[in-house]
Design a protein around this ligand. Sequence first.
Ligand code: RIB
Ligand code: CA
Length: 318
Amino acid sequence: MPKNIIIDTDPGIDDALAIMLAAASPEVRILGMTAVAGNTGLEHTAPNLAKIADLLGLDVPLGRGAIRPLWRRDTVPDANVHGADGLGGYALPDSQRTLEPAVPLLARLVEESDQPVTIVAIGPVTNIALFINEYPETARKVERIVIMGGGARDVLGNATPTAEFNIYYDPDAAAAMFDFGVPITMIGLDVTHKALVGSAHLAGLYASGGPIATMVEAITGHYGEAAYSGNDLDDAVAQHDSLAIAAAFLPDIVTTEHLFVDVENVGRLTSGMTVVDFAGRTGNAPNCDVALDVDTERFVTLLADRLTQLDATLKERA
Ligand code: RIB
Ligand code: CA
């Protein structure tokens, strides 16, 4: 039985690969996808989501979500990483799709689902916090929220020394989500920085030469140059969001500990830090399965194989 998922996203170069992975994986059924501001403004992330859905032939409802964090106005993305348009300048055809309001869509999809629903949040969690606030009883029906976000021990931050970007961008929304009570899996920088994928791993995909191969080669090239050049694995870059998607249907691809997590949202130097209570010093009950290790080879092989299969499928449909 495929796992019902909703993807909340700020596409976004690694978001695009993550949505491709989900579309290529029979283990999941995408009920819908919602866009949020993050990697770049909603004026780009929302149409990017529609364009990616068109490319993949995903006939699912799409939502247009939060244009900015709940309250913060000082958190801004590094426009170099994903480009001003969010996809490193890669030109996909404009979409004719209409996006509906994201938060009512989240509520409708959860209420209408005949199976438990997992939300995979791979951008700032502003939409999730709004959903929790406006539809608390429906939100409690969500089986699990798998986030790409945070840092626990080995790698704390990429937006600041102590904060990962998705949490940094809207720390108040993240604090509300961790406080709400729905089970959370945190796929943070500790594991995504081990999930490095480069052209050496994607040679089979690139040789396939179809629409996925062309787009992935182009956008990961931009991503690598902008944010991750100098890895010891030549052009390998962290495919943060794809690991969150993989963990949603292959939970044992990561090793987790059940711990209490809260988010610093007022610190002068530490705002956006996911504070992980390894020693139980707060006395608070654990609220999160924190990923601390990853089966890197299994993940890289999964991503490369699924994208290659997807490329072949779309070539046949063309
Ligand atoms: O820190 C990595 C996260 O921030 C990823 O989700 C990436 O897409 C950006 O949103
Ligand atoms: Ca993202």
